[in-house]
Design a protein around this ligand. Structure first.
Ligand code: NAD
Length: 478
């Protein structure tokens, strides 16, 4: 993969001309995989001009023709899924089986947006005057600046690209410098499918430089960011200052509630599967496990049993069930969370330490029990392989504790009572609730958070709306 020429500007692959470069590392060993060139201001200026020209062409392309190109891109993504999956694992570290699911699902997102773009219906409003026509048409908002992170290099970025293109917007995407190659290969599929020059541009750079340069530009009409709360807050403030529409998909701290009447075995198996997927580096990962007193011991035993047996290793090793963390910073963060929880009185039931020597960024799948709500791991997003388990007695109490944090992205609950399920669905303050199964992140369903977890949705018809703006036309025959 060519890290030398990673920028896609106006249909051509180019080297970044920034004086700084970024080393891409294999998280399984810490070794360098190559050096990525980065975008300078001159490169970004070219991308902005290209996005402006690309928008003029793409917005005038019919929704029917845009959809045909996007469906072709979806097919190419499926054809190239194995190559893309290998690149994800190499640079991001997740087990190949997970990377295959991520790469294999990209085409589905594109297909869904391609179809939805053909249904960007407006409406007719009954006029007060006979012969008049009052029309609401929905038009693309304009060139988009999109910023996506390293944890799902393909599935985070594909939603932004497909949503923007389906709506008729052009896009400048800043991909993650830690995991660039799968993003490059994905953009190549859109280009090969016939997306016109300038409609899709890809940059890598110094993140703060790229975001401040692009968001302040008059060319950009919409900002979409996925990442941490502090960075989202900063980019949201900049977008507001320049009156740019904005979608923010930020961190979470999902409660996983297991009631006395739940299928405990199913909850423990699914909870462990979800918790340690991508080594916990998932914004919707369950993090606070609230278990009702009657099933507390049974759940903990089953959950620890699943967690302790997970095979940790390099993502390309077929036996691996959990890979390394993205970088050394995340490993240090996990050690600090465990130490703090211990000091607060929690018990480490399994894991709690880094794995191996100095090579690779590994941390054990970790289950902490009897964790007080005051522990840092119950308040700050761990974004790693740590499950914090705590006891609860009543539904009122657990809803209040689940809602106590500023985060509001995902929540999970297990109960066999329809009344409890309805109460939880109604009263949990978050953008997505999944009850008795995992039901998040399909292309046709909205994905997004409340409170500090951000605003706006990706996926679902809401995902397309984010790239459209209404125009009211009133006309009368003369
Ligand atoms: P970070 O806050 O440094 O970076 C998060 C992401 O934002 C990275 O992709 C980074 O390149 C980008 N970024 C940072 N500063 C930016 C700026 N000024 N402009 C544009 N983009 C910028 O954190 P990190 O150590 O890389 O990741 C850990 C934290 O990030 C976690 O605690 C988690 O909350 C968050 N995160 C969230 C998601 C998500 O899916 N919502 C994904 C990745 C990381």
């Amino acid at each position: 993969m060519n890290l030398e020429t990673p920028l896609l500007i106006d249909g051509a692959w180019r080297a970044g001309t920034h004086a700084q470069r970024s080393t891409v590392r294999d998280p399984a060993t810490g070794a360098s995989l190559g050096v990525l060139t980065l975008a300078s201001e001159a490169d970004m200026a070219l991308a902005l001009a290209a996005a402006q020209r690309g928008f003029e062409v793409w917005r005038k392309t019919s929704a029917y023709d845009r959809a045909k190109i996007l469906v072709r891109a979806a097919d190419l993504l499926r054809e190239r899924a194995e190559t893309i999956a290998q690149l994800i694992t190499k640079e991001q570290g997740k087990p190949l089986a997970e990377a295959r699911m991520e790469a294999g699902g990209a085409g589905d997102h594109v297909d869904w947006y391609a179809e939805e773009g053909r249904r960007a219906y407006g409406r007719l409003i009954p006029p007060r005057q006979r012969g008049a026509r009052q029309i609401v048409q929905r038009e693309p908002v304009g060139p988009v600046a999109a910023f996506s992170p390293w944890n799902f290099p393909v599935s985070q970025l594909v939603r932004k690209i497909a949503g923007a293109l389906a709506a008729g917007c052009s896009i400048i995407a800043k991909g993650p410098e830690e995991t660039p190659s799968s993003c490059i290969e994905m953009c190549r599929a859109f280009q090969d499918a016939g997306v016109p020059n300038g409609a899709l541009n890809l940059l890598f750079g110094v993140p703060a430089e790229v975001s401040s340069y692009l968001i302040q530009s008059d060319v950009i009409r919409k900002v979409s960011f996925t990442g941490s709360v502090p960075v989202g807050r900063a980019l949201g403030a900049l977008a507001a200052q320049h009156l740019k529409r904005c979608t923010l998909e930020l961190g979470g701290h999902a409660p996983f509630i297991v009631c006395d009447d739940a299928d405990v075995a199913a909850a423990a198996a699914l909870g462990a599967g979800l918790k340690f997927r991508n080594a916990g580096q998932v914004c919707a990962s369950p993090t606070r496990f609230f278990v009702q007193s009657g099933v507390y011991e049974a759940f903990v035993d089953a959950f620890v049993n699943h967690s302790a047996r997970l095979a940790v290793g390099a993502g390309h090793d077929a036996a691996t069930q959990m890979g390394p963390l993205a970088n050394a910073r995340r490993v240090d963060a996990m050690s600090a969370f465990v130490e703090d929880a211990r000091e607060c009185g929690a018990t480490v039931r399994t894991g709690g330490a880094r794995v191996g020597g100095t090579d690779g960024f590994y941390f054990q799948p970790t289950v902490l029990t009897d964790v007080p709500d005051a522990a840092r791991v119950m308040r700050d997003e761990p974004f790693g392989p740590i499950a914090a388990v705590a006891r609860f007695d009543t539904l009122e109490e657990v809803i209040a504790r689940a809602n106590a944090l500023p985060y509001g992205l995902a929540a999970f609950a297990f109960t066999s009572s329809i009344a409890a399920a309805t109460r939880l669905a109604d009263d949990l303050e978050c953008g997505m609730v999944s009850i008795n199964h995992f039901g998040l992140a399909a292309p046709e369903t909205p994905f997004g958070g409340w409170k500090d977890s951000g605003y706006g949705s990706e996926g679902g018809s809401e995902g397309l709306d984010a790239y459209l703006q209404p125009k009211f036309v009133s006309q009368i025959g003369v």
